[in-house]
Design a protein around this ligand. Structure first.
Ligand code: ADP
Ligand code: MG
Length: 254
């Protein structure tokens, strides 16, 4: 059974999409069969995988609206071990309709059962904020990786986020766990400890991954070229960080 992981985080711009794409690509480079699911109508992960809506007929919206089977909405990427379920603006419209019926947040979890044994990792890139689609992503997952940045997080946000996770676990009866916290865009590890101390969050230090993702222009360049950073420059500091992070996760999950 594959591990289904949502790259979560309350605010926009904390690096959820960067992390979803590059963690999924790193798993794929380690020859772990991986599916990246874009569950954000902005379609960042989809673009980053180098796809536009001309490249696919079905996407997550087609699956959630019952117009396609999960397997029909999976496309190959330029990495052999990485597949993608794309998303685009239609997902926004489908989500508005589905949100009217309580219980629809569990549709994705249900549909993913058909392909769970085909992948070692399923990584979901959700939209920011509390919405039908972010709850759908989390309710489909067994694990969350929380993306944090030194610029964005604060104690209130973090505890607010924990409340949402608790709500989803209880109301949707899913075994959701926070696997860990990943810091993005930092210069050095000591900055994380100082930040947690300043924000009165020292008690969550144990949940922070050993690896963190540095601020790196290679990330911006790779976004511009629609490729994971490892394909832009495998020796860049962020590529190394994501490869190390994928190894840390693999060790954690096995
Ligand atoms: N480690 C990093 N180094 C450099 N730029 C980064 C890094 N992480 C994120 N960014 C920048 O921040 C932007 C927002 O990141 P993104 O992953 O799209 O955030 P989210 O999905 O949480 O809204 C990216 O487009 C990129 O320009
Ligand atoms: Mg995003």
């Amino acid at each position: 059974m594959g591990k289904t992981i949502t790259i979560a985080g309350q605010k926009g711009g904390t690096g959820k999409s960067v992390t979803a794409v590059n963690t999924a690509a790193s798993f794929a480079l380690f020859e772990k069969k991986t599916l990246l699911i874009d569950s954000d109508p902005q379609g960042c992960s989809t673009q980053w995988a180098g796809l536009s809506n001309k490249d696919y007929n079905c996407d997550l919206a087609s699956v959630l609206s019952g117009r396609a089977k999960v397997v029909e909405a999976i496309v190959k990427t330029r990495l052999d071990y990485l597949d993608l379920m794309p998303a685009g603006f239609t997902l926004f419209k489908v989500a508005l309709k589905l949100a009217k019926n309580p219980g629809n947040e569990k549709l994705l979890r249900l549909f993913l059962k058909d392909i769970n044994d085909k992948y070692e990792y399923i990584i979901i890139d959700p939209p920011s904020s509390h919405s039908f689609l972010s709850v759908t992503a989390m309710a489909a997952s067994d694990f969350l990786i929380v993306c944090m940045s030194l610029q964005h997080s604060c104690q209130e946000d973090f505890y607010g986020f924990l409340k949402m996770v608790k709500y989803i676990k209880e109301n949707h009866n899913v075994p959701l766990k926070i696997a860990g916290l990943l810091f993005n865009g930092c210069r050095k590890k000591e900055d994380i400890s100082s930040f947690l101390h300043e924000q009165n969050l020292s008690d969550i230090k144990e949940m922070v991954y050993n690896n963190f993702i540095p601020e790196d222009d290679s990330i911006k360049q790779s976004i511009g070229l629609n490729i994971p950073v490892a394909l832009y420059d495998i020796n860049s500091k962020s590529s190394t960080a994501y490869l190390n992070f994928a190894q840390e996760l693999h060790f954690f999950f096995n």
